[in-house]
Write a protein that binds this ligand. Structure first.
Ligand code: TXA
Ligand code: MG
Length: 313
């Protein structure tokens, strides 16, 4: 099979029809591209895991067509409901107690389900047409860099799916912020476009250390094939080395990608994965990455770079 890149009204119709028939399709979201299948249909979920080569122990995010679905598939408390009202549609994923209609396959047997509502107009149009939630992990092979364009999806999964709906480059470029609401405290499981300071207006925020033994907390992730290291590390470096620079180029590298010439963290996030992919395509011996200056989004980028450098599982 070779995937076709579809767009516009025709693409929406085709994608919704393929989902209704039980298939999986790649859809754009405002964060990264997702690999979608009907969330309440175990066979579609099994296909998502198979296409990504994702372990069944790693649960999927459910994307809902409208906020009313939160109560239909989960049992959110007051705080989770308020967060959904404030941030949906948008890049915030809520982990809340699930209802029995959500298959165990979707949540990897957990009693909770991760839920978000995407703000991307094409994603939203497909879901409204379908009339039910889809599960959608990032549309990359397991452990690899998340795709932020339709072409990235084609490179990752082009031989395994039939339709990629093209919505252009993703606005945020990094995955949604994931929060687990427990005992009315907001536990941040994955940093992302919604910063802790925005969440703190709604309740107490606690950060969960990365690398913890919980779903979604795998140490190695977002990984290029080329080894990566911090640019300020002490290690001696030989061979052809690429630089993932924050603001400006430096001499002495075989290739340089600059994330944000103006020093804007949102721009750096939007460019991050495409820049990593371009460097990864050059057969370099090593990629050195500069640390983002401290900021909310800088921290989210740092978390992803750290995982890209972690030893493979
Ligand atoms: O922005 C995003 O969230 C993108 C787009 C496509 O929506 N999706 C995404 O999905 O990043 P994925 O599968 O690549 O990452 C979801 C993370 C996984 O690390 C998974 O372990 C975690 O969410 N997760 C899912 N359900 C969970 C649960 N019930 N409890 C804790 N973590 C959960
Ligand atoms: Mg992913």
């Amino acid at each position: 099979m070779s995937a076709r890149i579809a767009s516009g009204e025709e693409g929406i119709t085709e994608a919704a029809a393929a989902l209704a028939a039980g298939g999986v399709v790649a859809l754009p979201t405002e964060t990264v591209y997702g690999l979608a299948g009907r969330a309440l249909e175990p066979r579609a979920l099994a296909e998502i895991f198979a296409v990504k080569a994702r372990p069944l122990s790693d649960p999927l995010i459910v994307h809902v067509p409208d906020p009313a679905w939160l109560d239909r598939i989960a049992a959110p408390g007051v705080l989770a409901r308020r967060l959904a009202e404030a941030f949906w549609p948008g890049p915030l994923t809520l982990v809340v107690p699930k209802k029995p209609c959500v298959p165990d396959l979707c949540t990897a047997g957990e009693p909770t389900v991760a839920i978000r509502m995407s703000a991307h107009p094409l994603f939203s149009a497909v879901l409204v047409r379908l009339g039910e939630p889809v599960a959608a992990p990032s549309a990359n092979r397991f452990g690899r860099i998340s795709p932020t364009t339709a072409r990235h999806v084609l490179e990752e999964l082009g031989d395994k799916i039939s339709i990629i709906l093209d919505g252009g480059p993703c606005v945020h470029g990094i995955e949604s912020t994931i929060v687990h609401i427990r005992e009315e405290v907001i536990h941040v499981l994955r940093q992302g476009p919604i910063p802790p300071s925005a969440l703190a207006k709604f309740g107490q925020v606690s950060r969960v250390a990365t690398g913890a033994a919980a779903p979604g907390m795998l140490k190695s992730h977002y990984a290029p094939r080329t080894p990566m290291q911090w640019a300020d590390s002490e290690a001696t470096v030989g061979g052809r080395v690429g630089l993932l620079a924050w603001r400006e180029a430096r001499p002495g590298f075989a290739a340089v990608e600059i994330l944000t010439p103006s020093g804007n963290p949102a721009m750096a996030a939007a460019n991050l994965y495409a820049a990593m992919r371009r460097l990864d395509a050059l057969d370099l011996d090593l990629i050195l990455a500069e640390r983002p200056p401290p900021s909310d989004l800088g921290d989210a980028i740092l978390e992803r770079l750290r995982k890209a450098m972690a030893p493979r599982l």
